[in-house]
Write a protein that binds this ligand. Structure first.
Ligand SMILES: Nc1ncnc2c1ncn2[C@@H]1O[C@H](COP(=O)(O)OP(=O)(O)OP(=O)(O)O)[C@@H](O)[C@H]1O
Length: 192
């Protein structure tokens, strides 16, 4: 239901075979403009700031980059946190997680979703065993504060989805904590 670029499909990019298979199985063949503009850059390992209108396929654009980053590093499902995706709202985080499960299943990376404070202890026990964590801004600082074992020292990629909304909601996001524990020397990717 979004505008795809005729004649330009994911096969034209040097994506890993597993990613292409996942995309194909999820019925994504042609790329949208934002995917066309960002996929090549991401495959070169560059930082990306993407801006495109709602419904233009930004989610898939950064998820392809996420899979590429972990694939390149040959991460396995038990290697721990490699990518952190922060979404401003629960619904958005949930949708992202769903698309990730769909297109990423061929890779076999482990992924988790944290959108509520419920069962924090249970989640805390598992948080260090997952490769890709999708969460909302409120939950991350809480884990950092309360989960002694939580660390992001091996983080390879940070995705801030709808980063403009984070700036609007600056008061609820503990930027200082993030800056010290997560953002420093990591590979950022933002979407607007
Ligand atoms: N390459 C593609 N081919 C076909 N459909 C696609 C493609 N990429 C994304 N879509 C579909 O387009 C719709 C909108 O995509 P998506 O939600 O990623 O857009 P978005 O830019 O992230 O939107 P928002 O700004 O609202 O978060 C979804 O239904 C998604 O499945």
């Amino acid at each position: 239901d979004c505008e795809v670029t005729e004649g330009c499909n994911f096969q034209l990019f040097p994506c890993p075979e597993k990613t292409l298979k996942g995309l194909q199985e999820a019925q994504y063949r042609l790329v949208t403009e934002i995917q066309k503009q960002t996929t090549g850059l991401a495959l070169q390992g560059k930082d990306v700031l993407g801006a495109a209108k709602t419904g233009s396929g930004k989610t898939l654009a950064f998820l392809v980059q996420v899979l590429e980053a972990l694939y390149r590093l040959q991460r396995t499902s038990t290697d721990g946190l490699g990518v952190l995706i922060i979404s401003p709202m629960r619904e958005l985080a949930y949708q992202t997680f769903e698309v990730l499960q769909k297109v990423g299943k061929t890779h076999g990376f482990s992924a988790g979703l944290i959108i509520g404070a419920k069962n924090l202890k249970h989640k805390a026990e598992r948080i260090n065993n997952i490769n890709i964590l999708v969460c909302t801004p409120g939950q991350l600082p809480q884990h950092m504060d309360e989960t002694v074992s939580f660390h992001a020292t091996d983080l390879q990629m940070l995705v801030l989805d709808e980063v403009d909304r984070f700036l609007d909601m600056g008061k609820t996001v503990k930027w200082k904590t993030w800056d010290q524990q997560v953002i420093t020397e990591r590979r950022p990717s933002g979407t607007l």
